[in-house]
Design a binder for this molecule. Structure first.
Ligand SMILES: *Cc1c(COP(=O)(O)O)cnc(C)c1O
Length: 395
């Protein structure tokens, strides 16, 4: 008998049964410190009491309506999101890729309703990741994710991440938008200079382009601001995709836009059966309220500074294996030297009951729940110290 599930993933033989805060447990009660949190998703940790209460209460009342009817909790969350950001309008989705689809469609539609239907091309960047739908793999441009899925979709121009001149040269009278992750996750946890985002904003203003941010991974408090671009003055987008952390583990995403950018998204232009449903919105409000509660993001900054400092110490101790510590806030990359494999390091850490991830560019990825303490951080660094000690070069 073949395995019943498609071979698109290769998980280890380790099954978790429940979680609490930053820890996961097997059915036998074996505990693991979770420093990847479902890839930057469980920002409040596992089984956060307020989120559990909101979801349980809603589950007993009403699960689903479709968008044929109003969902008041969705209107409430959209109001909160627009008050806290550049945006005036929100469209809720179930995932990050769908939030990106909405962002790309919104950008093209903006030019369409403004009499420029020929403006449809989107400038994207090397190392980008925008999800796995057909539009999103084409926007991301990673050849590995495009292979075997038919002709590449027209309309994306990829340039080097961080290179403003390359962007300038790629702009034509068919360009609709520039789309970028303010901190690249999948591509290797790369934070560009602030001047890069500011430069993109200027280019968009000069050429009448939409600036799209993919904050699916970098948003939801991950970097110590509600959204990563809010660290940079003068670099607000027109459109933004969010997901992952904004649901804290309940599937949801959102496309945010200014009033002007959303102009073309009128009745009938876009839709989703599940997006913005009562269960997701019940949890989404709790997550938003927690992230924006007094001192929460300050604590993220403090613990991330501590963790990053500890990781620099680790890099000094393992200078033969670790090349760089980078990222922003609690989205941290540890680039390994050539010959050392981040997946192997993740396996060695897992053997020692610490869960971490890997990303592109030979990087180990850390994205713990935002609620970790300095003690949790110290514990993780101690385990990583051992795991790095045990890490051997691949032949
Ligand atoms: C994860 C991710 C996506 C895709 O989100 P899904 O919920 O898996 O569809 C898109 N963009 C970025 C930057 C991501 O990290």
């Amino acid at each position: 008998m073949p395995a019943p599930m498609m071979d698109t993933y290769a998980p280890p033989d380790l099954v978790f049964d429940h979680g609490k805060g930053p820890r996961l447990f097997t059915a036998a009660g074996d505990g693991y410190l979770d420093f990847i949190s479902g890839i930057a998703v469980n920002c409040l940790g596992h089984a956060h009491p307020k989120a559990v209460a909101a979801l349980s209460e809603q589950a007993g009342k009403l699960w689903h309506l479709s968008n044929m009817f109003k969902v008041p909790a969705g209107i409430e969350l959209a109001e909160k999101l627009t008050k806290a950001t550049f945006a005036d309008r929100v469209f809720f989705t179930n995932s990050g890729a769908e939030a990106m689809e909405c962002a790309l469609k919104t950008a093209r539609r903006y030019h369409y309703v403004n009499g420029n239907p020929q403006r449809y091309r989107i400038i994207t960047f090397t190392g980008a990741f925008h999800g796995r739908t057909y539009g999103a793999i084409n926007a991301g441009g990673n050849p590995k994710y495009l292979e075997g899925f038919g002709p590449a979709m027209e309309g994306f121009d990829q340039v080097e991440f961080g290179d403003l001149d390359a962007v300038k040269n790629a702009i034509s009278d068919e360009t609709a938008a520039i789309c970028v992750e303010p901190v690249q996750g999948e591509g290797g946890v790369r934070a560009p200079e602030d001047s890069f985002l500011r430069g993109l904003r200027q280019l968009c203003d000069e050429h009448g382009l939409m600036l799209i941010y993919d904050e699916v991974q970098s948003g939801a408090g991950r970097t110590g601001k509600l959204f990563a671009h809010q660290w940079v003055d003068g670099a607000e987008p027109d459109i933004m995709a969010a997901a992952k952390g904004i649901g804290g583990g309940f599937p949801m995403g959102a496309c945010l836009a200014t009033e002007a950018a959303a102009e073309g998204m009128v009745v009938g232009t876009h839709g989703s059966t599940y997006g913005g449903g009562p269960l997701a919105m019940a949890v989404g409000n709790v997550v938003f309220d927690e992230l924006t509660s007094d001192g929460f993001l300050d604590q993220v900054v403090e613990v991330s500074n501590y963790l990053t400092q500890q990781l620099h110490g680790l890099m000094d101790r393992h200078a033969d294996k670790v090349e760089e510590v980078r990222g922003k806030g609690l989205l941290i990359g540890m680039k390994l030297k050539p010959g050392f494999d981040p997946k192997k390091l993740a396996g060695l850490a897992r053997d020692r009951h610490l869960l971490i991830g890997a990303a592109g560019d030979n990087v180990s990825r850390l994205a713990p729940p935002l609620v970790i303490t300095k003690d949790d951080a110290s514990e993780a660094v101690a385990v990583l110290d051992e795991a790095l000690g045990a890490l051997e070069a691949t032949a």
